[in-house]
Design a protein around this ligand. Structure first.
Ligand SMILES: NC(=O)C1=CN([C@@H]2O[C@H](COP(=O)(O)OP(=O)(O)OC[C@H]3O[C@@H](n4cnc5c(N)ncnc54)[C@H](OP(=O)(O)O)[C@@H]3O)[C@@H](O)[C@H]2O)[C@@H](O)CC1
Ligand SMILES: Nc1ncnc2c1ncn2[C@@H]1O[C@H](COP(=O)(O)OP(=O)(O)O)[C@@H](O)[C@H]1O
Ligand SMILES: [K+]
Length: 516
């Protein structure tokens, strides 16, 4: 049953501009700014108290905007609860509300200083320097202060965002606080899903302070909506339960075109990924000499022997591999090598969903990708890692992953997944998903091949909920990442080879270990 709605607060991801517009709507409708700040800071304070039991001295960095205002209220509350609080205020300017809170907290006897050294004896530091209103790079004294704080071994909690991180692109603006925890306020911001920001976020959590869904939808409906695919949401969207009366071809028939003498294992890994997707039938077109090995590892698959080049790549596809009406989806790429040059053109005409990865992408890179993709009449999904993406679209000037997938998806009429520590997916209708969790345990040869098989097997199955290819890609990426997390918890970060990963894919579906 689908208990997880894509339109709950935790699934929206907003830009700084969208956040400011949502906030403004709430204020325009009558919510006093000061009341909202009070509410938010109360929640931050409680979470700090819960997180840092036994701590008595807390340092609070107060910046000039409302991020600083939040921090000043937290300082007051902690002081009133008996904590020893010191405020570091590096800039002698502030918005009116922030200044008012600082004046009051000072009257209570809390130290306010512009000497960073005062914070060195604190057990926790709260970073309220800048939030989503940060517009310019940090430099000079401010940048030095950030560097010094990062060198201390005092835990840092950033309010809303680590100060210095660009809210949308996740870039470091000059320098940035490397937080241990980040309490993101109200709605997830784009930076939380950008690889560049990841080393600065620590453990990110959302503080839901009750933004009405109507205000979010009023703002994001006219611009691009970015959604966060949680594990629970992905699991609830799987094509389950299967119909009682069905047969293997009704559960999808996937054709995988992959492998070469040089890269024989990649086709096995893609096959194992497909196996775990639950797809009804898998056919594999691979160099004929690989057949004995493939039958050993994937006894359930139909192997289509392909003639080989002298280097052991697929020389051509037998006619059964291009009878597209037999298949519900075709995955092309893992381990093909560039010798399989002549292969791609006829496949691009396939009137069924096409998933391109690895050498499938490298072959595409040689033939004007944008124009080629645009001429396809069926779904195309590309799953590049950043290197493959650069090869495909070398002239794109977007800096961050989310903008990259959105730009290319639109221009090429395709669905694009850029894989990384935080993967992002966009479709031609601008549907965009980010994947909130993963593990560096997956940074190993072959884990992408597993994803290709898993994703393609999911695409080939009929989906009772009529999901878009973009949503299915986001589900597969989440499934893959969560299996990696589970495998690394049980086998260590060093123990998750691609084969081991495939063994954890089923556990994700079973679900009880996951509750994000
Ligand atoms: N959204 C919500 O619902 C809620 C939001 N809330 C909170 O408000 C925060 C956003 O507040 P905000 O808009 O005041 O921005 P914030 O980041 O504190 O500061 C920007 C200030 O810094 C300045 N400045 C910028 N760059 C600079 C630089 N390099 N070096 C020096 N100065 C620089 C810039 O001024 P400028 O000098 O550009 O005129 C501006 O004054 C948000 O993150 C959250 O914590 C909650 O309280 C309630 C609910
Ligand atoms: N640092 C990381 N953290 C989380 N996931 C990662 C990290 N590095 C790589 N991955 C994931 O591992 C997979 C690697 O895919 P890819 O580079 O195509 O591997 P291969 O081609 O060797 O199969 C992708 O799903 C990617 O998102
Ligand atoms: K901050």
């Amino acid at each position: 049953m689908n208990h997880y709605s894509t339109s709950s607060i935790e699934h929206f991801v907003v830009s700084a501009r969208q956040m400011a517009a949502i906030e403004q709507r709430i204020f325009d409708l009558g919510m006093p700014v000061a009341a909202l700040m009070e509410k938010v800071a109360g929640l931050i304070t409680q979470r700090l108290i819960d997180l840092f039991k036994g701590v008595s001295k807390v340092g609070i960095i107060v910046g000039p905007g409302h991020n600083g205002g939040d921090a000043a209220v937290v300082a007051r509350e902690l002081h009133l609860k008996g904590y020893n609080v010191a405020i570091y205020r590096p800039l002698n300017k502030g918005k009116e509300l922030t200044q008012a809170h600082l004046d009051y907290v000072k009257s209570l006897g809390v130290t306010i200083t512009n000497h960073l050294g005062e914070l060195e004896s604190c057990e926790v530091i709260v970073d309220g320097l800048f939030g989503f209103g940060m517009t310019r790079s940090l430099d000079g004294e401010l940048a030095n202060a950030v560097k010094t704080i990062n060198q201390w071994s005092i835990p840092v909690v950033s309010i809303d965002l680590p100060s210095g991180i660009h809210t949308d692109t996740g870039e470091v603006l000059g320098s940035a606080i490397a937080a241990d925890y980040t309490f993101c306020l109200g709605l997830w911001k784009l930076a939380f899903f950008q690889d560049t920001a990841l080393p600065y976020l620590g453990k990110p959590t959302l503080i839901d302070f009750g933004i009405p869904l109507a205000d979010v939808e009023a703002v994001v409906k006219e611009s691009t909506v970015v959604k966060r695919m949680s594990a629970n949401l992905a699991r609830s969207l799987l094509p389950l339960p299967r119909p009682l009366v069905t047969h293997k071809y009704k559960q999808g028939h996937l054709l995988i075109i992959a492998g070469s003498y040089q890269y024989a294992g990649s086709v096995i890994l893609a096959g194992l990924g497909a196996r775990k997707s639950g797809v009804g039938m898998v056919s594999i077109a691979a160099p004929a000499s690989l057949k004995p090995m493939l039958v050993t590892h994937l006894p359930e698959a139909l192997i289509i022997d392909c003639p080989e080049t002298t280097e052991g790549a697929i020389a051509e596809l037998p006619s059964v591999a291009t009878q597209w009406e037999k298949y519900n989806a075709v995955a092309v790429g893992p381990g093909l090598t560039l010798d399989a040059q002549s292969l791609l053109s006829p496949i691009l005409d396939a009137p069924i969903p096409l998933i391109l990865d690895a050498d499938g992408l490298n072959l595409l890179a040689q033939m004007n990708p944008e124009k080629t993709l645009k001429s396809r009449h069926q779904t195309t999904i590309l799953t590049p890692h950043p290197g493959e993406f650069r090869r495909l679209f070398p002239n794109l000037d977007a800096t961050d992953t989310i903008t990259k997938v959105q730009t290319v998806a639109k221009a090429s009429n395709s669905c694009i997944l850029i894989k990384g520590a935080r993967s992002a997916i966009a479709g031609n209708n601008q549907e965009t998903w980010v994947i909130p969790e993963s593990t560096p345990a997956l940074a190993r040869g072959g884990s992408g091949d597993v994803l290709t098989g898993l994703l393609s097997g999911l695409v080939a199955q009929s989906h009772p909920q009529k999901l878009s290819p973009t949503t299915i890609t986001a589900i597969a990426a989440t499934w893959h990442a969560q299996a990696g997390i589970m495998a690394s918890q049980q086998q260590s970060e060093l123990g998750v080879d691609a084969f081991t990963l495939t063994q954890y894919l089923t556990q994700f579906v079973m679900g009880n270990q996951f509750d994000t």
